[in-house]
Unconditional design. Structure first.
Length: 259
């Protein structure tokens, strides 16, 4: 019986040894396969849920190809730094976020989230740019124009069309547009904002032949709420087009000036 036990023990040991050899061989083969794997193609997905088309799939592919030697994609996968490529894409002013991974077949998958512009600025220095929902400047594009309110007039910041906001005046306009976008009423009403030489802000409606004088952005929520309350009271009683100006400049006052 002892020889049977010894025989079983030897069989078990041999089995474990064989499994170990097989495991090492599999890992080695997998590592060899990984080392030999090359990038085969690029597939790009762009999030366009906000209705923006500042970048295209082909454009992103061309940007990535430019980072490969001789624009040749077929390089070993383990030589590709996906984090570096993501940072490269995000450095583009139109791209907010990028995620890249490579599948087992060597195909590179790229997911791109675009910046979301909320207002267009044309300032006194002839700088022409958007402000994004994150408060960053973004250059205009030949590919696409966003349908957002436009700000013109006596406005200056730093003469640059990208980067962060520096001036308090432009920061105030950014906060105003964020508030407008948060309200279905104001979002549907306002088309353009004009900055007067004294810094006062004039809101120009999409419909109607009058302007709304906001003044500064101080207490803007109260001022805009006063206009909404005023409009609810008079909407069925008077024609607003008989006025050239409706002023909200002074707190708790709505002053109408006839044409």
């Amino acid at each position: 019986m002892n020889w049977i036990k010894r025989y079983k023990s030897q069989l078990i040991a041999l089995g474990w040894f064989s499994l170990g050899v097989l495991f090492v061989f599999t890992i080695g083969a997998s590592g060899s396969s990984q080392a030999n794997r090359v990038c085969s193609d690029i597939a790009v997905t762009i999030n366009q849920s906000e209705g923006n088309y500042f970048v295209t799939e082909e454009g992103v592919k061309e940007m990535l190809k430019a980072k490969f030697p001789d624009r040749n994609l077929h390089v070993p996968v383990n030589a590709i730094n996906t984090q570096s490529l993501e940072a490269y894409l995000v450095n583009t002013p139109y791209i907010k976020n990028a995620e890249i991974y490579i599948d087992i077949n060597g195909k590179m998958w790229v997911e791109v989230q675009q910046q979301n512009p909320i207002v267009r600025i044309i300032d006194r220095d002839n700088a022409n740019y958007y402000l994004t929902s994150d408060g960053l400047k973004m250059p205009t594009s030949k590919l696409f124009s966003a349908r957002v309110p436009v700000v013109t007039g006596y406005l200056r910041d730093n003469g640059k069309n990208k980067g962060k906001i520096e001036g308090e005046h432009l920061q105030g306009i950014f906060e105003l547009v964020k508030y407008i976008n948060s309200s279905k009423f104001w979002q549907a009403l306002i088309e353009q904002i004009y900055v007067a030489q004294n810094g006062d802000l004039y809101l120009q409606p999409k419909l109607g032949n009058f302007e709304i004088l906001l003044g500064t952005t101080n207490n803007m929520e109260t001022k805009l709420a006063n206009f909404e309350a005023f409009l609810l009271q008079v909407i069925d009683k008077i024609d607003l087009n008989q006025y050239k100006l409706i002023s909200l400049k002074f707190n708790n006052q709505v002053v109408c000036t006839k044409k």
